[in-house]
Write a protein that binds this ligand. Structure first.
Ligand code: SAH
Length: 243
């Protein structure tokens, strides 16, 4: 039976791949990868390595998670070194925990290999620090996806503080998110940024306020994340990558 490496691919820029991730990619017999993992990483694999894509393509849906779990397990029965490559960090909205549990229950050895998460690196490339002395003492990383549901699990009332809030998977819910923020009492002119395709040559950032960001940013291409907080203003001085 093989070993599975539940590996973070970083946020986009291939140079943000860790040395440990590169090492397992180079030794892999099979790489099972997502839409958000930079496909150029696959060029680092040895010849004969099998590639299995389990991401979304246009209108087609991602393979359901239970099928991905089973696919990884089957790969471990067949190969010695199995790499499961995911965008960012495997445990930040990456479902790596579910894959680890599935393998553990079947006696398959696995390792987590942390990746540089988009939640921090993408704002950083846009010149927005998630914390900044004198501005904010903490940050939250939140799913922007579940606000579609009738009963939100997000404790919105807790978000009245000045924490930086980073919403992942939220672009399609941007209007709802801004309405919620106003509902809990955030000022309408509170700073918000949306960053699309962060850390790649196509990175684009739109800066606005809670009241106008939806109109300004709604048509940006995905992947994109939303940053809410006073730290967004620091981009005026710290924007380095897009210049
Ligand atoms: N495990 C990943 C996050 C998975 S959720 C990580 O740690 O980064 C997927 C969401 O991440 C996307 O919907 C988007 O909000 C965000 N994301 C990932 N890569 C991004 C990028 N290059 N630019 C902007 N947002 C990105």
């Amino acid at each position: 039976m093989g070993k599975v490496y539940l590996t973070g691919a970083g946020p986009g820029d291939i140079d943000l791949l860790t040395i440990k991730a590169l090492r397992v990619v180079q030794q892999a017999d099979v790489i099972i990868y997502d839409r958000l993992a930079n496909p150029d990483i696959l060029q680092q694999a040895k010849s004969g390595c099998e590639f299995i894509y389990v991401g979304k393509k246009d209108s087609h849906h991602t393979l359901p998670q239970d099928e991905i779990n089973e696919l990884i397990y089957q790969a471990a029965l067949k190969y010695e070194n199995v790499v499961r490559l995911k965008g960012g960090d495997p445990l930040v909205f990456g479902r790596g925990g579910e894959e680890g549990i599935y393998l553990k229950e079947r006696g398959v050895a696995f390792e987590f290999i942390p990746g540089v998460t988009s939640a921090i690196a993408v704002p950083e490339y846009a010149g927005i620090p998630v914390t900044h002395r004198g501005v904010t003492v903490s940050f939250r990383v939140v799913t922007g996806h579940e606000s579609k549901k009738a009963h939100s699990q997000i404790p919105w009332e807790n978000y009245k503080t000045d924490d930086t809030i980073i919403f992942l998977m939220g672009l399609h819910n941007l209007e709802k998110i801004t309405k919620k923020l106003i509902e809990i009492g955030k000022p309408e002119d509170y700073p918000v940024a949306v960053i699309s395709k962060g850390t790649t040559p196509e990175e684009k950032t739109v800066v606005g306020t809670i009241s106008n960001i939806y109109e300004k940013a709604k048509d940006l291409p995905t992947p994109a994340l939303i940053v809410v907080g006073e730290v967004v203003r620091l981009r005026e001085q710290l924007n380095w990558f897009e210049q």
